[in-house]
Ligand binder design. Structure first.
Ligand SMILES: Cc1cc2nc3c(=O)[nH]c(=O)nc-3n(C[C@H](O)[C@H](O)[C@H](O)COP(=O)(O)O)c2cc1C
Length: 363
């Protein structure tokens, strides 16, 4: 058992050289704009760029935009994934299932996507090639684990490493490859499940169950994630042994978050039962707001191809839905705490989070 009662000074704030041990979660799909990342870091917390879907050559440009807005520490997040060899026939059959949805939006089935996903090794090389001024303080990973040699290469450039864990074995595996931090992702969390050891359903652990067990199992500082929306969630996480928190949904409604305004409204409108974990959008279980696409596709969910195939096949549909403002066809990832979200500029949200947590824990 470890205590982190010295809020806001914890092992996390020390390692990342930040004032507030609050990480804005990396959120792929356009949410984590350079403006959001910079606003969070400038406010003394830690902004994270979701770079998993960025081509390696785009990473430097995005980081340069952050650096124009902030000289504070920030992080980059990647999915541990390599493009799979996919049989075009299988892809076309999987795409055929989506025809009615494309047609309802007035579209023909698009050509098969040329690229199914980015290569994480190429992305890591791009991060390692960043010039000193653009270098992130942290690279975090989800969906899998990297080799110790990769961690060593990042360490050699002064970059810390955080691995996502949804169970104790994953946290121990990250510790074994030399990670500096573990992000314990509870089942409440919005977005994709990070599970990479064992069956994902067995690892749908609520944060209150997962966090203290991970804290007990590893010697590393643990960052809590999953429906942490206000000072109560932060204080509770620290009480359970976390060194800090990673908050996603709470920042989705921030002014700087780059998501569709209708998605922001749906998060706030709730109710708390509005989300489900589904693989219909991407082929990998992820917590999203239930809409028409989820309701209609769930019966076929078991037959859909795995990530990144289904994700690539629904990409044009989701983009068209957002463009048309038709939210019945889009993925609106969000955690179970959505109705607690506040629509504020990120700096104001962080100021409130600090005050609320100060009141509970004392400064
Ligand atoms: C819209 C959205 C996108 C996300 N994308 C990523 C991602 O790219 N990489 C990642 O490690 N986690 C991602 N996550 C998960 C977060 O890291 C974190 O586990 C989650 O937001 C915590 O739960 P909360 O949303 O209830 O705060 C995403 C979450 C959301 C809501």
């Amino acid at each position: 058992m470890r205590s982190n009662s010295s809020w806001p000074h914890t092992s996390l704030s020390e390692i990342l050289e930040i004032d507030l041990p609050i990480l804005q979660a990396p959120m792929a799909g356009g949410a984590t704009t350079a403006e959001l990342v910079a606003a969070v870091s400038n406010a003394g917390a830690f902004g994270s760029l979701a770079a998993a879907t960025l081509a390696p050559e785009k990473i430097a440009a995005e980081v340069a935009r952050i650096r124009q807005l902030s000289d504070k520490p920030f992080g980059i997040n990647l999915f541990v994934l390599e493009p799979p060899a996919a049989d075009p026939q299988l892809l076309r059959a999987a795409q055929e299932r989506l025809r009615p949805y494309y047609e309802e939006l007035g579209m023909a089935l698009p050509a098969l996507p040329e690229k199914l996903c980015e290569s994480v090794s190429a992305q890591i090389d791009a991060v390692l090639a960043l010039q000193l001024a653009l270098r992130p303080a942290l690279v975090s990973f989800t969906f899998g684990i990297v080799k110790a040699a990769v961690v060593e290469r990042l360490h050699a450039q002064g970059i810390k490493v955080m691995g996502t864990a949804t169970n104790v074995a994953e946290a121990q595996a990250w510790q074994a490859v030399g990670a500096d931090l573990i992000c314990a992702q509870g089942a409440e969390a919005g977005g994709h499940r990070g599970t990479f050891i064992g069956d994902f359903e067995q690892s749908m652990l609520g944060l209150f169950a997962l966090l203290p067990q991970v804290v007990d199992a590893v010697a590393l500082p643990v960052v809590a994630a999953g429906a942490i929306m206000d000072g109560r969630g932060i204080a509770a996480s620290l009480m359970l042994g976390a060194a800090g928190v990673q908050m996603g949904t709470a920042f989705l409604t921030a002014d700087e978050a780059g998501i569709h305004p209708g998605w922001k409204r749906r998060i706030a409108a709730g109710p708390e039962t509005a989300t489900a974990v589904t693989r219909v959008f991407s082929g990998r279980p992820a917590r999203a707001i239930v809409n028409g696409f989820v309701e209609r596709m769930t019966a076929q969910a078991d037959q859909l191809p795995a990530y990144p195939l289904q994700n690539a096949l629904t990409g044009a549909l989701r983009a068209a839905g957002f463009k048309a403002g038709n939210l019945e066809y889009v993925s609106m990832y969000a955690g179970q705490g959505g109705p607690l979200a506040r629509a504020l500029p990120a700096a104001q949200l962080l100021a409130r989070l600090k005050t609320e947590t100060d009141l509970l824990l004392g400064e």
